[in-house]
Design a protein around this ligand. Structure first.
Ligand SMILES: CC(C)(COP(=O)(O)OP(=O)(O)OC[C@H]1O[C@@H](n2cnc3c(N)ncnc32)[C@H](O)[C@@H]1OP(=O)(O)O)[C@@H](O)C(=O)NCCC(=O)NCCS
Length: 150
């Protein structure tokens, strides 16, 4: 399966539409067409996906001079709690460091349970954008920026 199909299959399974965090296929395709955006796919055995089995998790990320941003992370619900999310984040951080970055960051809606994973991976909050996200029922949620020094 093509990388974009693999990633979108996980996206559809992993993200609850209520939060409106998921990206459309077109948004992902457009971002992957840019030279500094890339995806990392993992399989169910907590290894980088080789393309033959369906992916179990993904990270979408963007490179900038000196720092990289984790744009999205998702793991299929039935495959959570096995270290896949952590593996993806550590793979992303190692690649960023090898590519010359000294910092990685990400933005998350306030109250996303993923915060405990981000903190466990060494991310710390550095800023907040009030009312940045809007849920399906119209509620507004702050965005919190987290950063990790490499
Ligand atoms: C966030 C997400 C990627 C984590 O994937 P995962 O494969 O379950 O993560 P891991 O198994 O590596 O978890 C690592 C640690 O974080 C903790 N953790 C992970 N997700 C958690 C959650 N939803 N609630 C509480 N703790 C969580 C685990 O307890 C684990 O700690 P431990 O290693 O000390 O036991 C997954 O829950 C997901 O896809 N969520 C929906 C999409 C989303 O909200 N993405 C983030 C916004 S872009």
């Amino acid at each position: 399966m093509e990388q974009l199909d693999q990633l979108m299959a996980v996206m559809e399974a992993a993200f609850d539409p209520h939060w409106r965090e998921a990206w459309t296929r077109q948004q992902v395709a457009n971002s992957l067409a840019m030279p500094h955006t890339y995806a990392i796919l993992a399989d169910a055995s907590v290894k980088l996906a080789n393309g033959s089995d369906p992916a179990a998790g993904f990270i979408l990320a963007r490179r900038a001079p000196g720092e990289e941003e984790l744009l999205l992370i998702g793991v299929r619900p039935e495959m959570r709690g096995r270290g896949l999310g952590r593996f993806l984040i550590e793979t992303f951080a190692r690649r960023a460091r090898d590519g010359g970055a000294d910092r990685v960051f990400l933005e998350m809606r306030a109250n996303n349970p993923a915060e405990s994973l981000y903190r466990a991976c060494g991310f710390e909050p550095i800023g907040r954008r009030p009312a940045y996200y809007r849920t399906l029922d119209g509620a507004k949620l702050d965005a919190i920026t987290f950063a990790r020094k490499l």
